[in-house]
Design a protein. Structure first.
Length: 583
């Protein structure tokens, strides 16, 4: 966060910015609240913390006081009488940032329970907007917005890395389908579908994009991805920055028009779908000539039309479904995932409450990028944790990558015994494909010269990883501490490093900083393979550490217990794609 000046210059600018934010929808929500309290019991912040200051009406009033000061006719004359006031000091700005960014995920559950129809998320976003314009916001939000402006995607992925990842995924797809013609098309004109994804699918979750590619393959779909404008996420929604919102919307819309696609389909990302389908057309003021769908809608069409066949026996698990706020409550997509799950899994257990009344994963509204509020976020996650626990499910399924991160965090924190999957991943696992289907195999002949350095203080983990990598054709060297690892690096350069963050002595983040600031080691890919302390989740916050020290993001992040198939995919990606960078 930028340093907030002691003087009131930023407060004055924020006040002036507020005067430009009014429209019909905002005026309605600012003006009609009767403080009935119906929203209070709907908010997971209030229900978990029992703090009256977490009541949605109270939080909205911290922004509403500006409306009362500048737009309420009584407030213009007697502002104190109606609670009207300006932002005047550093403390005012800090309080507003804590409320708008740290105490609300803009999930809109309170809005659905408001008899007057007040959109409190809109009021919170307005507060975020006037702060963000002055550079006052959590650093993670500022950095992600900067990445979207500069690189066109929220993870700062270069064009080279993006295209190389797609090329690598093509090889994986061909192996799994035993078809050398299977591919993820790139920049193919005149296709039925232009597919836009969450950058997490390129950087950390390639299995999601691979699942979508299998489904398109099985359906015989005419589809393509774009080399430009491929990110469906949009931090303009979370930052309250309509200019950024329009920028990201234009990038995606331009790609569809450039390729002459018949429709735009967004992958499983809640806010990505909402921002692309509902908000960006307004932010960009464009008259779009093509429809926008979510991948769930496309999959439902495939199943109902017989274009793909599913066998639920291939997923013999008890699963439940978490409705992403932006996809369900704000996007209206609630029945599609349930239809797909009933077709693709053996046992589906509904979570209560659900659909538009579901509770937030607590990672929405950009909260996963706000490390300064991690402790509070996980405290409020007890509501969702109790929901999950009552289902007794093996897997919680969702349709949003942000929710995957939020749910994974709270499952670790509350020690629940379940995994998190996306709908598309289970649909892909249930596919019946006429051609021979081959489980991914790895090529030991090609990879036998690749060396992996594993740094972890747990000997059992090192033994497990070493065996896993050796069985798949890699050479390995294990180290239980910083000194031993650095001694090895001074004598030999590995092709990849796996690094545990939670080690005694010099922890993994300090080691990572040393690696990435040393000219001899900075090009070596690093995957974080680490545990999380449930009692202190922010102790080793790698996102905050990386932002604060201006370090590059790691090539992968996997929490223990390790999901071996995902780890092997990311390792394979690193050694195949990055070989030219560190040989």
């Amino acid at each position: 966060m930028e340093e907030i000046n002691q003087n009131s210059s930023k407060a004055h600018k924020a006040n002036e910015a507020f005067k430009t934010r009014m429209n019909r929808q905002a005026i309605l929500s600012f003006g009609v609240c009767v403080h009935c309290g119906m929203c209070t019991e709907s908010c997971h912040y209030y229900l978990s913390l029992k703090d009256p200051k977490m009541a949605p009406a109270y939080k909205a009033d911290r922004v509403r006081k500006l409306y009362k000061k500048y737009f309420d006719w009584t407030g213009k004359l007697l502002p104190k009488w109606v609670g009207g006031a300006e932002l005047e000091s550093e403390d005012d700005l800090k309080e507003l940032m804590d409320i708008t960014f740290g105490s609300c995920t803009m999930c809109r559950r309170c809005s659905f329970n408001c008899p007057m129809g007040v959109d409190k998320a809109l009021l919170i976003r307005t507060g975020r907007s006037i702060l963000f314009e002055q550079g006052i916001a959590p650093q993670g939000v500022i950095d992600v917005a900067k990445d979207q402006w500069e690189t066109g995607n929220q993870m700062g992925i270069s064009d080279e890395e993006y295209l190389e990842t797609i090329e690598w995924l093509n090889e994986e797809l061909q192996m799994e389908l035993d078809d050398p013609k299977a591919e993820i098309p790139m920049d193919r004109p005149n296709c039925n579908i232009v597919y836009a994804v969450n950058p997490r699918e390129i950087k950390y979750a390639p299995q999601s994009l691979l699942a979508a590619a299998k489904i398109f393959y099985a359906a015989g779909e005419s589809w393509t991805m774009s080399s430009k404008g491929w990110d469906n996420t949009n931090f303009g929604l979370f930052a309250g920055d309509n200019k950024l919102g329009a920028h990201m919307g234009n990038l995606v819309f331009d790609s569809v028009e450039r390729l002459n696609g018949k429709m735009l389909v967004t992958s499983e990302c809640g806010h990505g779908y909402r921002a692309t389908a509902w908000e960006s057309p307004n932010w960009t003021a464009r008259d779009l000539k093509f429809p926008i769908y979510n991948f769930l809608e496309i999959m439902v069409n495939y199943v109902k039309s017989g274009r793909i066949k599913l066998d639920p026996a291939l997923n013999p698990f008890k699963v439940t479904y978490h409705d992403p706020c932006n996809l369900g409550r704000s996007g209206g997509i609630t029945e599609e995932p349930r239809y797909l799950l009933r077709q693709s899994v053996s046992m589906f257990q509904e979570m209560y409450p659900n659909r538009a009344d579901n509770y937030c994963c607590t990672g929405g509204g950009g909260a996963m990028s706000m490390s300064e509020y991690s402790k509070r976020r996980l405290e409020t996650a007890v509501i969702k944790a109790n929901q999950l626990k009552e289902t007794q499910a093996d897997i919680v399924v969702t349709a949003c990558h942000n929710c995957v991160d939020g749910l994974t965090d709270l499952i670790k924190h509350y020690k629940l015994k379940m995994k998190v999957k996306l709908v598309g991943e289970l649909v892909a696992d249930a596919l019946i494909i006429d051609k021979k289907f081959i489980t991914p195999t790895f090529k030991p002949v090609e990879l036998e010269e690749k060396l992996i350095l594993m740094i972890d203080d747990e000997v059992d983990i090192l033994t497990y990883l070493s065996t896993l990598f050796n069985d798949n054709g890699y050479k390995t060297f294990t180290s239980t501490n910083y000194e031993n690892a650095m001694e090895f690096l001074r004598n030999q350069k590995p092709d990849l490093i796996t690094l545990d963050l939670a080690m005694p002595g010099k922890n993994g983040l300090s080691i990572y900083k040393e690696l990435k600031t040393n000219d001899n080691f900075k090009d070596i890919p690093v995957i974080f393979v680490t545990g999380v302390n449930p009692d202190n989740p922010g102790q080793l916050d790698h996102r905050k550490f990386i932002y604060e020290h201006s370090l590059p993001k790691p090539e992968g992040y996997i929490e223990k217990p390790v999901e071996k198939d995902l780890l092997l995919k990311i390792v394979r990606k690193c050694v195949e794609i990055n070989v030219d960078n560190f040989n």
